[in-house]
Design a binder for this molecule. Structure first.
Ligand code: SF4
Length: 305
C-alpha cells in the first residue's frame, strides 16, 4: 500500500518540480520520504537555496511561512492547513507592539517559532541553534526583548550573561518532559548521556549533560561514542538518531513528548497536497519584506556548535 503511495508521490514530485522538506519532529515515514530533513535553521537555508518550483513543507505553519518569505517566487505548500504551533500563537504582533512601546530603545529578537507578523515587528530572528550567537551579535549596551519562548530565553541568559525581557510563552510538547522522566530514565541507563532541547523547562535542563537544538543533537550523537542517549525533545527525532547511529540506543525522556501538530502531516496528505497544489502558504508583501530582514540575519549568523 505504502509502496504505491510513495510511487505516486515521487511521480507527482517530478511532474511539479517539487522538493519535500521535513522537520526532525515529523513521523519516520515522512522523514524517509523527504529530500531534506533538519531543524528550523537547516530547513530555512535549504528553502532559500532550492531550485525547485514547489516546496512541500512537512512541518508547521510558521516554517512554511518562513520558506515563503525566503522564496517568494516559489509555491510553498503545507499539507495540512491546521498544522500550527501553539508556542508561535502565544504572542501576537499587537502584543509585541505594546511591549515595544514600554521599551522603545530595545532590540527585538524573536524565535523562529513565531508568526510572520511578529517577525515583521522584530529586528532579528533566531533558532534554538543560534539564539546565543544572535544575542551576542547585539551591542552589549542594548536592551533586548526576546519572544516568545521563555525557556529558550532563560537558556540564552545563562549562556550570554545578558539581561533579556522575556515573553512567557512555552512549548506545550516540551512542557510534557519532566525532571522526573529524566531521573527515571537515568536509573535504568546510568551510563546514558542526557541531551535536552532548550525549550524544556529549567529543572530538566539543570540535570542534562547537553542542551542542544535537534540539528545539534544529531551532530553530537554522531561524534559521541556513548552507547545510550536519553533524549529530551519531541519524539520524532529518535527515528533519524537511530538511523544515523545504529549501534547506539536512544531513549525518549518519557512517552508524552509528541507534538500533535507535527504529526498532522501524513503520506496521504503529502500526496493530496501535490495533486491539488494545496495548501498554498503566502505572506502579504509588506509583512514579508519586513520579516525578511529579521530572517536574513538568522540565516547569516551561524551557530558555533
Ligand atoms: S514541538 Fe512545540 S514548538 Fe515545535 S511545533 Fe510543536 S508545539 Fe510548536
Amino acid at each position: 500500500m505504502n509502496t504505491e503511495l510513495l510511487e505516486k508521490i515521487q511521480n507527482l514530485k517530478k511532474k511539479r518540480n517539487a522538493v519535500i522538506l521535513a522537520h526532525n519532529y515529523q513521523s519516520g515515514e515522512i522523514q524517509d520520504l523527504a529530500d531534506f530533513t533538519g531543524d528550523s535553521l537547516g530547513l530555512s537555508i535549504e528553502a532559500s537555496r532550492t531550485d525547485a518550483e514547489v516546496i512541500v513543507f512537512c512541518g508547521v505553519l510558521f516554517m512554511a511561512e518562513t520558506a515563503a518569505i525566503l522564496s517568494p517566487e516559489k509555491t510553498v505548500l503545507l499539507p495540512d492547513k491546521y498544522a500550527g504551533c501553539p508556542l508561535a500563537d502565544m504572542i501576537t504582533a499587537d502584543q509585541l507592539y505594546q511591549l515595544k512601546l514600554k521599551h522603545p530603545d530595545a532590540t527585538v529578537i524573536c524565535y523562529v517559532n513565531s508568526s510572520a507578523e511578529v517577525k515583521a515587528a522584530s529586528d532579528y530572528c533566531c533558532t534554538s541553534s543560534n539564539a546565543v550567537e544572535v544575542v551576542n551579535s547585539v551591542p552589549p549596551d542594548k536592551e533586548i526583548i526576546f519572544v516568545p519562548d521563555q525557556h529558550l530565553g532563560r537558556h540564552v541568559i545563562e549562556n550570554t550573561g545578558r539581561k533579556l525581557i522575556i515573553w512567557p510563552g512555552y512549548c506545550k510538547t516540551h512542557a510534557m518532559i519532566t525532571a522526573r522522566d529524566i531521573t527515571k530514565a537515568k536509573e535504568e541507563y546510568p551510563d546514558a548521556v542526557v541531551m535536552v532541547h532548550p525549550e524544556c523547562n529549567e529543572s530538566v535542563k539543570a540535570i542534562a549533560d547537553r542542551i542542544l537544538s535537534t540539528g545539534q543533537m544529531l551532530k553530537f550523537a554522531e561524534k559521541n561514542s556513548a552507547k545510550h542517549f536519553i533524549v529530551g525533545t519531541e519524539s520524532g527525532i529518535i527515528h533519524t538518531l537511530k538511523k544515523k547511529n545504529p549501534n547506539a540506543r536512544f531513549i525518549p525522556a518519557g512517552d508524552k513528548a509528541i507534538c500533535p501538530n507535527m504529526k498532522k502531516i501524513t503520506l496521504e496528505k503529502v500526496l493530496w497536497s501535490l495533486e491539488d497544489m494545496q495548501y498554498k502558504v503566502t505572506v502579504p508583501a509588506e509583512v514579508a519584506a519586513k520579516a525578511k530582514t529579521a530572517i536574513d540575519r538568522m540565516v547569516e549568523i551561524l551557530p558555533s556548535k
